[in-house]
Design a binder for this molecule. Structure first.
Ligand SMILES: [Zn+2]
Length: 802
């Protein structure tokens, strides 16, 4: 019925306004060259984009089907009994993002079958739309038994968690992508009908809720660009200006604690934040608003100086998926969500389009090659949500997540990468990313065909061949990456140890060439001729990077970077399958070698280093020499979970020695918490710095409360035991774990567990070991029973047995 209404509406001319993009006068002064005009044939990105098209997109579609995400729409349309539905009200967006990615993919890889599938999905989505344009399956499916995040009144809980406007935002983004890709209006019309509802419902004197999870601002800006309908732009601005400015109480978590123009620091949920900054840039570009620009300039500097990982990841803490304080950049517990990396690329690309400064592309390139690309496995069907910079083996890519945002975001982002290579302003052509490719570009001066010949990112030579040149002059802006000028990042958060600049060579048709430097670009203005060949030689060397001393987690360590690629050491490539016990001297010579068979072909780095091991009954560490091998960070965890670290200790104090062969470390661990990765934490001899130290593995029973749980050591043989020490995990006041109410220790005798006879027992406390001494027992196993606190859970860092 609803579809019929829609098509009648179209026939009646309710949506008759012709799309009128040319009415959009103001926009970014620089415009990207569309990805459809840039064809990659390199060995780095082209195969990854191919894997996205042939594996990730069909895989994600299949998962959306299996998990009921498509059924949600059928149920909302009344075409299926409702029954059990999926988990989150934002699950609709996975389908939208998938369609967006598939639409992009179709433009460069025609696939009639996929196109047909998408049309069917669009039909299903349209059927779920309510007659007035409202599209949100979680309400339409079950209007009488709403998810706890949804209130009976539309939009009312959006500032909190309903995600109604978040769903609309992704709908708009996807519908515009699909329209531009296929020229078909079927999806766009659904989006416009929804956008028109927002225009009717929101605004001064109408509903005044700020979007709880930003993205609708960017989506509305995109809709405005294709339709020229100013109400969409006005609404995007309204959604920004109502933040921190209305009657609804805001919070840092959703960047609604202050008016957006009064915000000067990056706070709260990182994906929301970066989508908002992107939306602010879009609206500023389209309206000329200077206050937004001033705010996001300040926030950008805050992120660059204090809050970005070397991998380009943002959002350091899992608590609230949020930015941490300045310099709070823990490695093992780094959140650095894949979606936040994608959002950070969007934001930095907008900053470039506004300012024409290469520093934004330096950041974008860092994100792209490292903390974003790590989000998907080489196989294309395993994914990271957080992207940590160190691991003791507790991290592993997943086949799916209940909250699948990162997966569907990856499918839509990958095919769009060629769109970040070139940009233009009048007769200025910007070359931002170096990728072997051919491109066809229109400038006012005329058309040019450009070929990039390069083995970037492994090699620093780039040849540019003009296969067709316009009759008139144009200027070429070649980005000279920050790393080629010995600058790690804009700002003082990271620096290369070697500050000596190396020459950058630029030749035209074999001869040295005069150029000027402007905002990080080598600028060459001339009348080009067909056959002109420009050769750029970037000094691509291995760099040791050090972090600002205020980043506590990176002290006494350096990282390796070569060109745009950040490296890590992974256990599987190193002695004893270990990485965290390795030490490499600051002055160590590092060599690079391309290994075509490893991880689909990577440049590996090797150095002489050493490693340490603990011993039983001695504080002295055992040292041994070894060759240390590093691989590109993005490629880690493609050979199973294991130890990894980006920041390599150069001082022994920063390394984690291999555990000594103690009774505990040789034990088999089991627990009522059946997670083998957590269990490894108890006997790893890691010394926690406090009970809330999250920089290592620990066992916890969260979210269980007030139950009795157990954990057990089965020894390799019988021992005489007379004491145990426990270091409890407690992440109060914000986390869910506290020290337990009580515990008992039992030993195994003839297949039964008997309590030990206590001689002395420390009170239960945090931030140190609690020791229990008992009458010696001969046994093969100890079992610890823990009574969890009444209103919290509990956890255990270490359990020592003597
Ligand atoms: Zn995500």
């Amino acid at each position: 019925m609803r579809t019929k209404y829609l098509s009648i509406a179209v026939a009646l001319g309710i949506f008759s306004s012709e799309l009128n993009a040319q009415t959009v006068h103001n926009d970014y002064p620089i415009q990207p060259v569309p990805f459809t005009q840039v064809h990659f044939h390199d060995d780095f990105w082209a195969p990854k984009i191919e894997v996205n098209a042939t594996v990730s997109i069909p895989y994600t579609l299949q998962k959306c089907r299996e998990t009921g995400r498509i059924d949600n729409f059928l149920k909302a349309a009344g075409k299926m009994p409702v029954g059990k539905i999926t988990e989150y009200p934002f699950d609709d967006t996975d389908l939208y993002k998938l369609i967006e990615g598939a639409s992009y993919s179709l433009q460069t890889r025609p696939n009639p079958e996929l196109e047909k599938t998408i049309d069917t999905l669009i039909q299903i989505i349209g059927d779920a739309q309510e007659p007035d344009g409202y599209l949100y399956t979680f309400r339409t499916m079950k209007p009488d038994t709403l998810h706890p995040w949804i209130s009976t009144k539309r939009w009312e809980k959006d500032p909190d968690l309903s995600h109604e406007l978040y769903n609309s935002g992704h709908l708009f983004e996807a519908a515009v992508a699909h329209y531009l890709a296929t020229g078909k209006r079927n999806f766009l019309d659904i989006a416009l009908k929804n956008a028109d509802l927002l225009v009717r419902d929101f605004g001064p004197g109408k509903a005044a809720y700020f979007p709880g999870h930003q993205v609708v601002e960017m989506g509305l800006a995109r809709l405005y660009r294709v339709t020229g309908k100013k109400e969409y732009l006005d609404l995007a601005k309204f959604f920004l200006d109502i933040r921190g400015n209305g009657d609804i109480k805001g919070a840092e978590y959703s960047q609604s604690h202050k008016m957006v123009t009064d915000q000067h620091e990056a706070v709260g949920h990182a994906v929301r934040a970066a989508y908002m900054y992107t939306g602010m840039a879009d609206v500023a570009a389209l309206t000329g608003n200077k206050e937004y620009i001033s705010a996001i300039n300040d926030i950008w500097k805050d992120v660059m100086e204090h809050k970005i990982y070397l991998t380009g990841g943002i959002g350091a803490t899992g608590h609230g998926e949020a930015f941490g304080a300045a310099y709070q950049l823990p490695n093992m517990s780094a959140y650095a969500e894949t979606c936040a990396s994608i959002a950070n690329v969007y934001w930095n690309s907008r900053m470039f389009l506004m300012n024409g400064d290469a520093q934004y592309i330096d950041v974008l390139e860092r994100i792209l090659y490292n903390g974003l690309l790590s989000g998907v496995s080489l196989s294309g069907d395993r994914f990271f949500y957080p992207n940590p910079l160190a691991s003791m083996g507790q991290h592993q890519r997943s086949a799916w997540f209940g909250c699948a945002c990162c997966i569907s975001n990856m499918t839509r982002f990958m095919p769009s990468i060629p769109g970040y290579v070139y940009a233009k302003r009048e007769n200025e052509l910007y070359l931002n990313l170096y990728v072997a490719s051919t491109s066809s570009i229109e400038l006012p001066a005329g058309k040019l065909e450009l070929e990039q010949i390069t083995e970037y990112p492994w090699k620093g030579q780039v040849a540019l061949q003009l296969n067709q040149a316009p009759a008139n002059a144009f200027s070429l802006h070649l980005r000279i990456p920050g790393w080629a000028k010995q600058e790690a990042v804009p700002g003082s958060l990271y620096a290369f140890m070697d500050t000596q600049r190396k020459p950058i060579r630029l030749l035209l048709n074999g001869k040295a060439l005069d150029y000027t430097m402007e905002k990080g670009y080598a600028v060459i203005k001339r009348t080009w001729k067909k056959g002109d060949r420009l050769q750029l030689e970037l000094p691509l060397e291995i760099e040791k990077v050090i972090a600002n001393q205020q980043v506590k987690d990176d002290q006494n360590r350096f990282a390796l970077q070569r060109g745009p690629i950040v490296y890590c050491i992974e256990g599987v490539d190193n002695k004893d399958n270990a990485a965290n016990n390795i030490v490499v001297d600051r002055s160590a010579a590092i060599t690079a070698k391309y290994e075509p068979q490893l991880l689909n072909g990577v440049m590996v780095l090797t150095a002489k280093g050493s490693s340490t091991k603990r011993q039983v009954n001695s504080k002295t560490l055992l040292r041994s020499e070894q060759t240390v091998k590093a691989i590109p960070y993005y490629s880690w965890n493609n050979r199973g979970p294991g130890e990894m670290q980006v920041w390599i200790p150069y001082a022994e104090s920063a390394a984690l020695p291999m555990p000594a062969p103690t009774i505990a470390s040789k034990s088999k661990v089991s627990s009522s918490q059946n997670n083998s990765r957590m269990l490894r934490g108890l006997n790893d001899q890691y010394e926690p710095s406090s009970s809330q130290d999250r920089n290592s593995i620990y066992l916890h029973w969260w979210p269980k409360e007030n139950t009795t749980e157990w954990v057990q050591y089965n020894f390799d043989k019988e021992y005489s035991i007379s004491s145990s020490s426990f270091y409890w995990f407690d992440d109060g006041p914000f986390g869910g774990c506290r020290i337990p109410q009580s515990y008992t220790l039992q030993y195994e005798k003839n297949g039964k567990y008997l309590p030990v006879e206590i001689e002395k027992m420390d009170p239960i406390s945090k931030d140190g070991y609690n020791v229990i001494k008992f009458k010696p027992v001969k046994t093969t196993a100890l079992r610890l029973e823990v009574k969890l606190p009444e209103k919290h859970s509990a956890g255990l860092h270490e359990w020592i047995v003597n």
